[in-house]
Structure formats: structure tokens, C-alpha cells
Design a protein around this ligand. Structure first.
Ligand code: NFS
Length: 671
């Protein structure tokens, strides 16, 4: 039965999004929002109760005690479905990492047109971390060896993937004891597919054990490689002024929107768009130059490093074309809707696919090859410029917001201590004293099944009020950027008093944009550095921190959530679980759902839960943070201890005895 059609306000809380949804209705053009209304999700498949791993089925298990034709139980089927999601997500991130490593190899050997090693300091530090000799060697030699080491991680058969050594020592030991350290990235993904083939692994806990191992190939493998190589080739992010939302599209310029994930393509298009020859070509076509913007994680990659504006997150990809102002949408891999081609046929927009791995029927294909990167990027831009004359009526919503992205772990460490004292000490101290109650990573996708951006923004706002520092990546970061929360001044009047003090002292926004989804590994690095700094336990599971993916939709999100759990984090996903159970409630019969929460918590200190109500997500986050604070013996969080004017506070403290004053100021018990 078709669901009720929602109003534009119910579909998106973003005014630019609402304006374009009204436009879509005027033009009778469908979008993911209307298709979601028309297509009720299958309630058997959506809860992982359908097995289609062989030709005897598909088997849909809807009755108590029912099994598939082969005898597979509901728990086995749900665990298999879960593992396959983790395998697909890890494969996507890791294949991205592989491509980056091959590009690094090509750059080191001068075989990649237009690229340079932009952050040689990061190149040498990363190489040294992996015991590659750096003294007396050229950057190219070091880069070549680092690329070879990274490339070898994918096909390695025995031992352990090298980024594992970057985790806290205690965590590495735990993983070794549990037997989940990945031997090689491709090996674990292939084994996940093997184990889920008909007649293979049929013990739910054993299947989920491999989900942990596979996910670790992503977070402490392919994604970490992707982030490091991107920084080496394109620069480690540092704060930069950017803008977000559809209002970044320009009426008088050729609009090229880059969409997808790998920065190899988008960085070269950025370079090509600034080429005088291309600017002159655009002017000759009657435009005021080429205006680049991004969608999805490609947006985050070029926003963080170059300040190139973000046109929007996942659900803005169709809406950008609906403005009628986009000459070309240039895509590579992941999160690209097939619907773009049909939608673009109503306008003049060219959809240009570029990856040898992803073609879309009806799209123009201009394959990107790093050996001729700049030449291909210029050809793509010329195609877009040639298309400017075909533009019809435009409706660009005048909605955009400033933001300051670029908070890499390297920059956070630098900003907290400067060049000579770079460290995480002030952050740890602020958590220990209770100025910052804890840390939440709000990350992940948009999903047209919920109101676009609502769950991201409502959870972020509530957590900020509770003195929780928020770090963000992916489409969630763009959601909050569109709302102005990624700016110091704009966000600070909405945050708790203790967090506000820290943000004002250090000069940071209360929400730190840390990059794309592969950059969730930056969050793993921050957590590891917080452990190393001391005072917050000796492993990630002791830190008062929670990860939230309120509007998730992709298999990559499930892979990320799983490696975060394996690393010791509490992870809350929005919406209903893909492995059964009632929303917000787990019963004893939900074996798999129980296992990935309570079972994994016993084994790894982290757990995964699916929660529909955003206020319940916030409640559970705070409860977890407070429990972790208590376990560490930290002072109980109080919203009234900090944030008043210094003078008021001094007068008040003067009335107390010395020991009472120490108790009030430092949280040490009064003698
Ligand atoms: Ni992440 Fe990036 Fe967005 Fe979700 Fe897709 S863009 S890798 S998967 S939708 S956050």
C-alpha cells in the first residue's frame, strides 16, 4: 500500500530543499522524496528476514520458528545479511583507499599529470610511523615505498594490516585475543562473501565475529589509507571559510557540480577551473567563469581543503539539477542516484560519469585516468561550458550559510597547544573538569524516509546544549553547516556554558567538521590520541564518547558503525534496525539485535543500537557519557558550574573555604 504523500516541509527541513521540492511538484518531476512516499519499504526485507543467497528461495521468514528451504534460521539469515552489508561498505571505502594508493605510486614516479605531493611533512611522518626509512631519501622515494606498503595491504594473506598498530595498545591486544585483526583487506571481504554463500557459516555469533574483522579492514585499513594519502596528495585540512547549500550555485557562471567520493577527480577539476585558458573559454561562452560546487563526500573533500562550496548533501543531488542552473554534474563513485539521468533530461544538465567502475545508462562517460588527469578535467569543463548556451529558466534558492570546516586531527592538536605544545591535553582537561561533558560524533547520510536534516540537527542542537562537543563528517556535517552550526559565533549562543567557555577560549566552533566519511578514521585517531594523552583511561571504550548516524541509509554507514563498535564506541543509528526487532525496543527473541548490542559490549566495550526517536538518541547518549565519566571517577557533570562571568564566579568562590573552593574549581573532593 502506498504511503501518504508528504508536504515539502515534512520531506525536508531545509528551506532551499523545500523550495526545490515545490518546484519539482510544479514541474511534475519525481524525486527520491516522492519515490520514498510511493514505495513503502518491504517489511520483510527491511528487517533482514529475507534470504536470497541461493536459487531455492528467496525465503521470507515471517512465522515463529520458520526456517528457509535449507533450514537456515532467522538469526542466521539476519547475521548473514548484516555481514554482507559490512562487506559491501568496507569494500567501497577500501577500494577508494586502493585507488588513492595507486595514485600516490603514480605521483611518486611522475606518471600522474597535474598532481604533486602537497603535504610532504605528513608524507614523512606517516612513512616513519610505518618504519619506512626517511633520512637522506627524497620525497618521491619515500612516497613510492609508502604507496607500495599501502597497496600490499589489500592483497596481503597473512599477518595483520599495518594501520592496526595505530590503535591503543590495549585495544590491539584485545583484538588479538578475540582473533579479529584483519590479515589483508581483500581477504576479509572475500571471506565475508564466502561465509555467507549457501551452506557455509551458519552460526550467527560466528558470522558476526567476521563482521567485526571485516569492518576493521575499513576503519583501521582502507579508509585510514584513503585519508592519509588524500592529505599527502592534496594537503592536510586546516580551517578555511566555506559555504553550503543550493544558494552557492551562480546565475551568471557555468555551474559544475562534482558529486561522489574520490578527491583525485574533484581536486583536478578545481585546478582546471582556475586555469586562465578555461576561464577565457567560459567568458567567450558568455559566462562569468566556472563556478564549482560539491555534493556528498566529494563536497567535503574539496570544501575542507580548498574552501570550494558545498551545494548540499545526499538528498540535494536531484535538487541541484532542479534549479535548472547546472551545466554539468560530474560523478565518480558511491551515493550517486541513477535517477539523475532521467531528471536531467528535463533540463540541459549533462550527467558525466568518470569512473571505470561506475557507468549510468544514458549518462555521458568521460573516463578519468590519473595519467592524463588535468587534460581530462579540462575536457570535462569545456563540455560544461559548451552547454551554458542551452540553459533555460533557472530557480536558484537564495539560501546559503557560511561555515568553517577543516578540523583534521593534526589541526585540532595544533590549535589546542600551538606549534611547540601541540597536544590533546586541553581537551582531556576540559572533559575531566566537566566543562565538556563528553564528545559525540554525529555522522552519516540523509535518508528520504525521514525529514531531510531533521534528525541530524535536532540531535546536534540538543547535545550542544548539554555541553557535549560534537564532531561531524559526511552528509551530517553538511546538514548542520546549512543550519549555521559550523560557525563559531553563529553556533555559540546555542551551546551549554562549559562548552561555550572552551570554544571561546580556543576559538573553535562547537561543531567540528572533520571531513568525508572515510575521514571517520580521523575520529579514531583523535580518540586514540585522547587515550595517549592520559586521564581518560587506557582504551577508547573508557572515553565519554558516543557515535550517532541519525539518518543512515548506506551499507558504508553500517561498516563504519561496526568498526566503531569494534574500537570500543557506543553507536546509535537512527531509524529501524535492518536486522529485526521493534523500534526502540529489543526483546530476548531478537538474537542478532541483542548480540550486536549486549553481546558486542561484553566482547569489545562498544555496542550498536537502532533508535527511532531523536530525543531518545540524545537521552541514551548522555546516559552513556555520564556512566563513562562515573567509571573514570570524574567529577559529576553539572550544567551550572561553568560559564558565568569571571567576576561573579570569583566573588562566589571567595566566600568558600580553601578546600571547598578546590572542590568547586577542580572537582577534587572537599577535605
Ligand atoms: Ni557517507 Fe559519503 Fe552521504 Fe552517506 Fe553517502 S555521501 S561516504 S554514505 S550519503 S554520508
Amino acid at each position: 500500500m502506498a504511503k501518504k504523500e508528504r508536504s515539502p516541509q515534512e520531506r525536508s527541513m531545509d528551506p532551499a530543499g523545500q523550495a526545490m521540492l515545490i518546484r519539482a511538484d510544479e514541474l511534475h518531476i519525481g524525486t527520491a522524496f516522492s519515490r520514498a512516499d510511493e514505495m513503502a519499504p518491504c517489511n520483510i526485507g527491511s528487517t533482514g528476514m529475507c534470504c536470497k543467497m541461493c536459487g531455492m528461495g528467496p525465503c521470507r521468514l515471517t512465522k515463529d520458528g520458520q526456517t528457509g528451504v535449507c533450514g537456515a534460521t532467522i538469526d542466521t539469515i539476519q547475521a548473514r545479511n548484516y555481514l554482507r552489508m559490512v562487506a559491501a561498505g568496507s569494500a567501497a571505502h577500501s577500494d577508494h583507499g586502493r585507488d588513492m594508493a595507486f595514485t600516490l605510486k603514480a605521483v611518486a614516479n611522475h606518471e600522474a599529470e597535474g598532481y604533486i605531493l602537497r603535504d610532504v611533512a605528513k608524507l614523512r611522518t606517516t612513512a616513519a610511523l610505518y618504519d619506512i626509512p626517511i633520512d637522506g631519501r627524497t620525497n618521491d622515494q619515500v612516497a613510492n615505498d609508502l604507496a607500495d606498503l599501502f597497496i600490499a595491504q589489500f592483497g596481503q594473506q597473512r599477518g595483520q594490516v599495518v594501520p592496526i598498530k595505530r590503535a591503543p595498545a590495549k585495544r590491539q591486544k584485545l583484538w588479538a585475543e578475540r582473533g579479529v585483526i584483519p590479515r589483508g583487506i581483500d581477504r576479509e571481504v572475500v571471506e565475508a562473501l564466502h561465509r555467507t554463500h549457501v551452506g557455509d557459516d551458519q552460526d550467527p555469533a560466528h558470522i558476526l565475529h567476521h563482521a567485526i574483522r571485516t569492518s576493521l579492514t575499513d576503519g583501521w585499513g582502507g579508509s585510514m589509507i584513503a585519508t592519509d594519502v588524500s592529505d599527502i596528495l592534496f594537503g592536510t585540512p586546516a580551517p578555511v571559510l566555506g559555504q553550503a547549500n543550493l544558494g552557492v550555485l551562480k546565475k551568471d557562471m557555468v555551474n559544475v557540480v562534482v558529486h561522489g567520493h574520490e578527491p583525485t577527480l574533484s581536486e583536478m577539476i578545481v585546478a582546471a577551473s582556475q586555469d586562465p585558458e578555461i576561464i577565457a573559454y567560459a567568458r567567450a561562452a558568455g559566462a562569468n567563469g566556472v563556478n564549482l560546487s560539491g555534493i556528498c563526500c566529494t563536497a567535503n573533500e574539496i570544501l575542507m581543503r580548498q574552501g570550494i562550496p558545498a551545494a548540499g548533501n545526499f538528498l540535494h543531488q536531484e535538487l541541484a539539477i532542479l534549479t535548472g542552473s547546472v551545466e554539468a554534474m560530474v560523478v565518480d563513485v558511491q551515493c550517486i542516484m541513477q535517477a539523475l539521468v532521467g531528471l536531467a533530461s528535463n533540463f540541459h544538465t549533462l550527467v558525466i560519469t568518470t569512473s571505470p567502475k561506475a557507468k549510468i545508462t544514458g549518462a555521458m562517460h568521460m573516463e578519468f585516468d590519473e595519467r592524463h588527469a588535468l587534460t581530462t578535467a579540462k575536457e570535462i569543463l569545456r563540455k560544461a561550458i559548451d552547454n551554458f548556451k542551452n540553459r533555460g529558466e533557472t530557480r536558484i534558492p537564495d539560501v546559503r550559510e557560511n561555515l568553517i570546516p577543516g578540523f583534521s586531527n593534526e589541526y585540532i592538536s595544533y590549535m589546542l597547544g600551538g606549534t611547540y605544545r601541540a597536544s590533546f591535553r586541553p581537551l582531556n582537561d576540559a572533559i575531566i573538569s566537566g566543562r565538556i561533558r563528553g564528545v559525540a560524533a554525529v555522522v552519516g547520510c540523509n535518508n528520504p524516509r525521514s525529514t531531510q536534516d531533521y534528525l541530524h540537527t535536532v540531535t546536534t542542537r540538543e547535545l550542544l546544549k548539554q555541553d557535549v562537543l560534537v564532531v561531524e563528517t559526511g552528509c551530517s556535517a553538511i546538514a548542520n553547516a546549512k543550519l549555521g552550526l559550523l560557525l563559531g559565533q553563529a553556533g555559540l549562543d546555542q551551546v551549554g556554558p562549559g562548552l561555550r567557555e572552551v570554544c571561546e577560549t580556543v576559538g573553535i566552533p562547537p561543531v567540528l567538521h572533520m571531513g568525508s566519511c572515510v575521514d571517520n578514521t580521523r575520529i579514531l585517531t583523535v580518540l586514540t590520541q585522547m587515550v595517549a594523552e592520559g586521564g581518560l583511561g587506557d582504551d577508547i571504550d573508557q572515553i565519554p564518547a558516543v557515535g550517532l548516524a541519525p539518518e543512515w541509509m548506506s551499507e558504508k554507514a553500517i561498516a563504519i558503525g561496526t568498526y566503531c563498535v569494534a574500537s570500543g564506541a557506543y553507536v546509535i543509528f537512527g531509524g529501524a534496525s535492518p536486522v529485526g526487532g521493534m523500534p526502540d525496543r529489543v526483546t530476548d527473541s531478537d538474537i542478532v539485535l541483542k548480540y550486536i548490542s549486549e553481546g558486542w559490549e561484553k566482547l569489545y566495550g562498544g555496542k550498536m543500537e537502532f533508535v527511532v526517536d531523536p530525543h531518545e538518541m540524545v537521552r541514551r547518549t548522555l546516559e552513556h557519557i555520564d556512566a563513562k565519566r562515573a567509571a573514570l571517577g570524574l567529577v559529576k557533570y553539572s550544567p551550572t558550574r561553568f560559564g558565568r562571568s569571571g567576576d561573579d564566579r570569583m566573588v562566589e568562590l571567595e566566600k568558600l573555604s580553601l578546600s571547598e573552593r578546590q572542590a568547586a574549581m577542580y572537582g577534587v573532593p572537599a577535605r
